[in-house]
Write a protein that binds this ligand. Structure first.
Ligand SMILES: [Zn+2]
Length: 362
């Protein structure tokens, strides 16, 4: 039925005629939504030349991609930006925020690192994996260090924005699909993975709430102590957001799958952050979930954001077949997500490119 027939079928009472423009608007709105489904991809810098970037980004443009999240420092960005501008893609700097393995500048300050409930510093004892070395988000010196780094990156000429990764505490609870890998059953918060109990965090909390979290029988049950740590990350994110916005650029973050899981596992209160948009990493196999989680988790994030900002569902391409990629895109498109982000460019095979293009071309 075309629009004219549709109006005719309404019976053309005066109310229907008045209502018609609204109905028409909502029809055209629908078609806009499908062409507005934006695609992003994470891509590493490595040793790519300007001409490598030109090939990569022009290929992404042909597939209908909207933006690239580029890992690496200013030198990498400066090589990639001209290609992004030439082909009309947004380019954002993908930056690790709280996890700083092998960071020479930070390592001059072992006191900057987060301390576990057992009393071990993440500087000396790395939880789970060798590349986990977490800074404490509460210390003013750490906040200043991270803020200054993000502003320096943000000032790169031609950059559209900064995308924060690892913007959280160490996983106090790992996603369930990873428990067997580390031979753990994390049905409670284990002290060696629970951060941060440094002097600064404990004394600031005590000044605010009147008690030391280490004096609690079970700190994992204390709502104030949970909230203190959510807020510590939120405050840092919002400071970075202010700086990025003052520079006329955008701030986003990759976060755990849903706000409730993110709070519980890594103390990310991400639906409260002043971001311009967000990339929940709905890596369903890590969560021991079926592919339907792509839709369920996306909808939960959209509901909790309550229209405050766009959401792009992030999808992990490793260990996936074509049917899974196809189904994932289909499921996310059934929600009101603003698009998807894929991790990462190196895993974007010819077959995956075809299926993504086919599923997202209006
Ligand atoms: Zn601390």
């Amino acid at each position: 039925m075309n629009k004219r027939e549709f109006i005719k079928n309404l019976g053309l009472g005066s109310a229907a005629v008045i209502g018609a423009p609204i109905l028409l608007q909502s029809c055209s709105g629908d078609s806009e939504t499908s062409s507005d489904f934006k695609l992003w991809v994470w891509t590493g810098g490595g040793n790519k030349t300007e001409s490598d970037w030109d090939n990569e980004i022009s290929g992404l443009k042909d597939l209908g991609f909207f933006g690239v999240l580029v890992g690496g420092g200013k030198e990498v960005l400066e090589k990639a930006i001209p290609a992004a501008k030439k082909h009309g893609l947004e380019i954002h700097a993908w930056q690790w925020t709280m996890n700083h393995p092998g960071d020479k500048k930070a390592q001059e300050h072992p006191e900057w690192y987060a301390v576990s409930r057992e009393g071990n510093s993440s500087f000396d004892v790395r939880p789970y994996v060798d590349y986990y070395q977490w800074l404490c988000p509460t210390k003013p010196e750490v906040q200043e260090y991270i803020f200054n780094h993000m502003m320096d990156i943000c000032d790169t000429e031609g950059l559209d924005g900064v995308q924060l990764d690892y913007v959280r505490y160490c996983d106090v609870i790992l996603p369930q699909g990873l428990w067997s890998k580390y031979d753990l059953v994390q049905d409670h918060e284990m002290p060696e993975f629970d951060f941060c109990y440094c002097e600064d965090c404990r004394s600031k909390f005590k000044a605010e709430e009147g008690y030391d979290p280490l004096d609690l029988e079970d700190p994992s049950q204390d709502e104030n102590w949970k909230q203190f740590r959510y807020d510590s990350i939120t405050n840092l994110v919002n400071k970075i957001a202010d700086g990025v916005h003052q520079r006329g650029k955008k701030l986003s973050a990759s976060v755990f799958a849903t706000p409730s899981l993110a709070r519980m596992m890594v103390r990310q209160d991400w639906d409260k952050w002043n971001l311009d948009f967000v990339f929940p990493m709905i890596y369903y196999k890590f969560y021991a979930e079926d592919i339907g989680f792509m839709k369920r988790a996306t909808e939960e994030g959209i509901r909790d954001l309550n229209g405050s900002k766009p959401l792009y569902t992030a999808f992990y391409l490793a260990d996936k077949n074509i049917e899974e990629v196809s189904k994932a895109v289909e499921l996310v498109k059934e929600t009101s997500a603003n698009g998807m982000a894929f991790y990462d460019y190196g895993l974007l095979s010819e077959d995956f490119r075809k299926v993504i293009q086919q599923k997202t071309t209006p």
